[in-house]
Design a protein. Structure first.
Length: 115
């Protein structure tokens, strides 16, 4: 899988599951070397979290030859992109919004061809 494939799937998922509301304009979207055991990362920049702008959505280079895992990770990171810098994927109260978004994607069928 290549960076152009990530961008193609981002656009397809955005149209189908996010109503075309996520912009990848001015965002780095690519495979990258990430910390060990980190499969994806979405970075935001700004003085305050409320006004932070997304600047990068990165998928681990380790997943280049594992396209299904790369796409599952892409969907996960797109949820962070949608919910912003205060989106936590932890268990508990902080992660409720994030887990509701993942559940919405499951109900919409986003993961069906991947699982």
């Amino acid at each position: 899988m290549k960076n152009k494939d990530l961008r193609w799937f981002f656009d397809a998922y955005n149209k189908t599951y996010f109503g075309g509301k996520l912009s990848r304009k001015d965002i780095i979207l690519e495979f990258a070397r990430l910390k060990k055991r980190t499969l994806g990362r979405t970075d935001f920049w700004g003085e305050k979290k409320e006004n932070a702008k997304p600047i990068a959505l990165l998928i681990s280079k380790e997943l280049k030859n594992r396209p299904i895992h790369a796409l599952i990770t892409l969907l996960h990171e797109m949820c962070h992109l949608k919910l912003g810098p205060k989106s936590y994927c932890t268990v508990g109260r902080k992660g409720i919004r994030f887990h509701k978004e993942i559940a919405r994607l499951f109900r919409a069928g986003a993961y069906k061809p991947l699982l």
